[in-house]
Design a protein around this ligand. Structure first.
Ligand SMILES: *Cc1c(COP(=O)(O)O)cnc(C)c1O
Length: 427
């Protein structure tokens, strides 16, 4: 396969943008080599500027649950653009999308639209602090909540740790307000809350961790999060930017039957356009300006074009049988991959929730960041390029989730399984 043009334009991009990209993982640092420049997407496929075609399991990192350029979404967008692209004044579209979301996720009584997942989590934490009059935030190792200063924290292994920043430019004093705990460890969580509850405003979690591959929560862990936060008057924030409308129509909170106080959304609700949202109990959301004293604003928030893509996407997803169809395809891929991995004697662990999944190159059961790190990233790197060579585009990092869309056909999945068999055999 040729990547000549991608190579040439990457050089140019390098002179214009840091690492030639506008978001870090796109630079392919984890797999080496040259990022692939995309020229178009249609259904389950993306096409690069050298004319190569790939079955896409990245789907813009999750949003495109209907596939690329879904005809109904494109049609709605064309019509919307004709009416102007932004007014900075309320529209009926914001009411429509809010109602669709509220119906799917009843724990959201009031919602505020923003422009990205990062904005949603950042604002949700501000609201939680304003509401509880406390400062500290509990997060879990390996969970990503966007590039919010205070959330860019990793942790030492085991036990409770007060964080050190993951990024230059984040003052130690900011992350001193963040407590990082291991995911899926109820005992450490309970102990920490008991000690520090007077200072803790909120606990933020990815109910299924999609930014460390795909790590499933133990049900008792999610239950402990809900019970303990309730006990101490701490707000529970579910960061459903990835899982919302992905695991099922009602998101992870419906899937696992746990109601958070605040939910953060993004990705799917924007149908491929830049959208985020946060919402929750009316009493809490009434803290948001100008109803309350927690300031948060946005020039393009609730943008009519973005709202249109979201509305059309959720409308299609709300039709009966859609998630069943997605699930069927996912099971086909899951069973196929497990089968060929076994036949090729590849030592991998496969996890999935709804249509989010990850294949870890390890023999260890993956339950948290530490066990995820046991993966052989060199093997993953080889696997990645073997898949690319065979026309299958997966995330260029071991620690990212894969996704499938409604546009992925039985044949796409068959091709993918065959490619994976060959790729596993080369390792
Ligand atoms: C993608 C993601 C974010 C950040 O969203 P952006 O739109 O990239 O700012 C936050 N939380 C989770 C769980 C995500 O998957």
């Amino acid at each position: 396969m040729k990547l000549k043009k991608s190579k040439r334009f990457y050089k140019k991009a390098l002179s214009l943008m840091p690492a030639g990209v506008n978001s870090p993982v796109r630079a392919f640092k984890a797999v080496g080599g040259n990022p692939i420049f995309i020229s178009k997407g249609k259904g389950s496929k993306i096409y690069d500027i050298d004319g190569n075609k790939y079955i896409d399991y990245v789907l813009s990192w999750g949003p495109l649950i209907l596939g690329h350029a879904h005809p109904s979404v494109v049609k709605a967008l064309k019509k919307a653009v004709e009416r102007g692209t932004s007014y900075g004044a309320p529209t009926l579209l914001e009411i429509e999308l809010s109602e669709l979301i509220k119906k799917a996720i009843p724990s959201i009584q009031k919602i505020r639209m923003v422009n990205s997942g990062t904005e949603a989590t950042m604002s949700a934490i501000r609201v939680a602090r304003g509401f509880t009059k406390r400062n500290k935030v509990v997060k879990f190792e390996g969970c990503y909540h966007g590039h919010v200063d205070g959330l860019l924290v990793s942790a030492g292994s085991g036990g409770a740790t007060f964080g050190i920043p993951d990024s230059l430019g984040v003052p130690q004093s900011y992350v001193a307000e963040t407590i990082v705990l291991p995911f899926n460890d109820s005992e450490t969580f309970k102990k920490t809350l008991k000690e520090h509850y007077k200072d803790i405003a909120c606990v933020i979690v990815e109910p299924v961790v999609g930014n460390m591959g795909c790590i499933l929560p133990k049900e008792e862990f999610l239950k402990a999060l809900r019970e303990e936060t309730e006990k101490y008057g701490i707000l529970l924030i579910f960061d459903e930017v990835m899982t919302g409308f992905r695991l099922c129509f009602g998101g992870a909170q419906d899937y696992y039957g746990i109601k958070p106080d605040i939910t953060c959304l993004g990705k799917v609700i924007g149908g491929g356009l830049p959208v985020g949202a946060y919402g929750g109990k009316a009493e809490i959301m009434s803290m948001v300006a100008p109803e309350g004293g927690v300031y948060q604003a946005g020039t393009l928030s609730g943008n009519p074009i973005a709202m249109t893509a979201g509305i059309e996407t959720l409308r299609i997803l709300s039709k009966p049988g859609i998630y069943k169809k997605l699930e069927e395809r996912m099971v086909q891929l899951e069973e196929g991959l497990k089968d060929v991995a076994k036949r090729a004697r590849a030592k991998v662990q496969f996890y999935r929730a709804g249509t989010m999944f990850c294949t870890y190159f390890t023999e260890t059961e993956v339950i948290n960041a530490k066990t995820a790190r046991s993966s052989d990233t060199e093997k993953f790197k080889k696997f990645f390029w073997q898949m690319i060579k065979r026309g299958v585009y997966i995330a260029p990092s071991q620690f990212e989730a894969g996704f499938i869309s409604l546009a992925h056909s039985e044949k796409d999945i068959e091709k993918t399984i065959k490619a994976a068999f060959e790729a596993f055999k080369t390792l």
